[in-house]
Design a protein around this ligand. Structure first.
Ligand code: IPE
Ligand code: IPE
Ligand code: MG
Length: 260
């Protein structure tokens, strides 16, 4: 099957090359319907499929989905087991969709913590999709930003001991090189569903200058129209990175500064 053409929505402003999502609110979605929490997780899988496909077709270059945090291991074991099973089933069922849309899968996190069967399925899917040249789908699994930084520091310290890293030469780019996936540029936009106003240990380094978009909708209710709403909001953001935009300086013509 040939790949559907990329159709970037015309938002009248910038489009995020890298989109990252904290997929939160599955449990609340289920509770509100009188269902057990795990039903919310299975409904959330449908949103993963829809959003991944929509992003690939819109020409997003990288999509990072926060699927399971290091802290999530503290949940009741039945819920953790269901999440691990859903992960395996998702990877099996969606291989065709990933291939049809040219999506490449990569996982970030303390993957050695995952059950062996889930890890094997992940590695096989990464391998299967490795030659695809479309969107990069990054699944953050057993991921925590603090553990990522601790792992990075441990590797850097080993290199210092081995004499291959000079501590005096360490700068931001050196540290970046020790993160889980240094080649992928930082996210332009981080979306969080479920309404909580926090990052929950997600990409703390990489999201330093990301734009944030929080919606009260729970993840199973987040579909293409809601994605478009977030992209629309992003397109009108003014990103300064601590500097000023040309029309904001005192030297800018008065009309540009909004002075009448
Ligand atoms: C997000 O939904 C999914 C994971 C953390 C794995 P939650 O399970 O956190 O749902 P809420 O926040 O309790 O509603
Ligand atoms: C964040 O959601 C983690 C994922 C979406 C995988 P949580 O539900 O774990 O976050 P907190 O506990 O509300 O901060
Ligand atoms: Mg939650």
């Amino acid at each position: 099957m040939s790949r559907p053409p990329i159709q970037r929505p015309d938002l009248g402003g910038p489009f995020p090359e890298h989109l990252a999502i904290v997929m939160d609110g599955n449990g609340r979605w289920a509770k509100r319907r009188g269902l057990p929490r795990v039903k919310g997780h299975s409904a959330g899988v449908d949103s993963v499929r829809t959003i991944t496909t929509a992003c690939a077709r819109m020409g997003v270059q990288s999509l990072t989905l926060y699927a399971f945090s290091v802290e999530n291991w503290q949940r009741p074991s039945a819920e953790v087991q269901t999440l691990m099973r859903l992960l395996r089933v998702f990877l099996w069922r969606e291989r065709r969709t990933l291939m049809d849309n040219g999506v490449r899968l990569r996982c970030i996190g303390r993957l050695h913590d995952l059950p062996p069967r889930a890890l094997r399925t992940l590695r096989e899917t990464e391998e299967l999709t490795s030659a695809n040249d479309g969107m990069l789908l990054r699944l953050a699994l057993s991921y925590g930003s603090r553990s990522e930084l601790a792992d990075a520091l441990a590797s850097a310290a080993r290199d210092v001991r081995a004499g291959t890293l000079d501590p005096e030469a360490i700068d931001e780019e050196t540290l970046r090189a020790y993160l889980y996936d240094p080649e992928t540029p930082d996210p332009d936009l981080v979306i969080r569903t479920g309404g909580e106003l926090r990052l929950s240990n997600f990409l703390l380094w990489q999201a330093s200058y990301s734009e944030l978009f929080v919606t009260d909708l729970c993840w199973p209710d987040f579909r293409e129209p809601q994605l478009l709403e977030a992209l629309q909001a992003f397109s009108s953001r003014r990103r300064r990175y601590g500097s000023l935009l040309p029309d904001e300086t005192d030297d800018a013509p008065a009309a540009e500064r909004g002075v009448s």
